[in-house]
Design a protein around this ligand. Structure first.
Ligand code: PRP
Length: 176
């Protein structure tokens, strides 16, 4: 079996959409300071490029909550691999993710962050796969692209830790 990656969103499409998202976020948070929380590892490329398109004052912190095993489906097991360095109390927090699929990871993460009393808490994801949702009620304030039921890699997203470095978002398939 060989792995094949087909382009879903090109590097240019991703760049243009992120620029739009950055402008929208900058408008929405005018007069405020955003505390961006990046969910490692998948969200890191998106966060870096998005942050460069945001014009309001911004600080960053990183957290790692893992839900996937080494396969292509969510295991449902959510564990904190790395907690934040700083308190989020009283801050306008924007969580940046690469993908919301089953919603298990974000449900867990947002619930935990809400208990730490941020002033506001919003979610920004590059990709949203509504067909994968197992946990309902997750509010996505900013979504780059809604994607169909397929396994995506690239631009931070991995299969068995590989493909994160692709500059585009692709669909992974397996061929004989
Ligand atoms: C991926 C992704 C999200 C989560 C989404 O992370 O970055 O955090 O899965 O899936 P869900 O909606 O089904 O919970 P993963 O645990 O694979 O870690 P990674 O970011 O290091 O790739």
């Amino acid at each position: 079996m060989s792995e094949h990656v087909r382009v879903l969103f090109s590097e240019e499409q991703v760049r243009e959409r992120i620029a739009e998202m950055g402008q929208q976020i900058s408008r929405d948070y005018e007069g405020k300071q955003i505390h961006v929380i990046c969910a490692l590892k998948g969200g890191v490329m998106f966060m870096c490029d998005l942050a460069k398109c945001i014009t309001v004052p911004l600080t960053m912190d990183f957290m790692s909550v893992s839900s996937y095993g080494s396969g292509t489906t969510s295991s449902g097991i959510v564990k904190i691999v790395k907690d934040l360095d700083e308190s989020i109390e009283g801050k306008d927090v924007l969580v940046v993710e690469d993908i919301v699929d089953t919603g298990r990871t974000l449900s867990h993460l947002l619930g935990m962050l809400q208990q730490r009393n941020p002033k506001s808490l919003q979610l920004c994801t590059l990709l949203d796969k509504p067909s994968g949702r197992v946990v309902e009620g997750i509010e996505v304030a900013y979504s780059g692209f809604v994607i169909p039921d397929c396994f995506v890699v690239g631009y931070g997203l991995d299969y068995d830790q590989r493909y994160r470095n692709l500059p585009f978002v692709g669909i992974l398939s397996f061929e004989d």
